[in-house]
Unconditional design. Structure first.
Length: 144
């Protein structure tokens, strides 16, 4: 028994500590590498650069407190084009991007197209050459 403890000195302790530390670091790196790191948008950084333009869009769009997907009730201006984006911050594969037909008065997204969880509804429309936008959080409950 005395011979086993004689070979365990401070140098051996440092070696064991370093080996365990490097193993733990390697396990963490492999774990982190396998995580899904989808950004909210593919052009996330480019969108962040033009923050002043986004603030102007938000200021023009802030007049409407309720989100009703029907331009006849929502706006008193002619709408040139519109787009509805429902995106999942956690998984870009579940995003839904719909160009809207402005001749219709309302639009619907089928419940089967949505997964349970948080979506961000982004309604963008153009009128008179100006862009308007409304963003709202949408929580989709589980299907029962």
């Amino acid at each position: 028994m005395k011979g086993i403890f004689m070979k365990f000195n401070w140098g051996t302790g440092i070696f064991i500590f370093m080996a365990l530390f490097l193993t733990a670091a390697a396990v963490f790196i492999v774990f982190a590498y396998r995580q899904n790191i989808d950004l909210v948008h593919d052009d996330y950084y480019e969108r962040g650069v033009d923050h002043t333009n986004q603030m102007e869009i938000d200021a023009r769009s802030a007049k409407d407190e309720a989100l009703v997907i029907g331009f006849s009730k929502l706006l008193e201006m002619p709408v040139d084009s519109a787009n509805l984006l429902l995106y999942r911050p956690s998984d870009s594969k579940l995003d839904i991007d719909l160009p809207l037909d402005v001749s219709q008065s309302s639009w619907a997204v089928s419940r089967e197209d949505l997964s349970s969880g948080r979506y961000i509804l982004d309604l963008t429309w153009y009128s008179g050459g100006l862009q308007y936008e409304v963003r709202k959080d949408v929580i989709v409950g589980s299907r029962q």
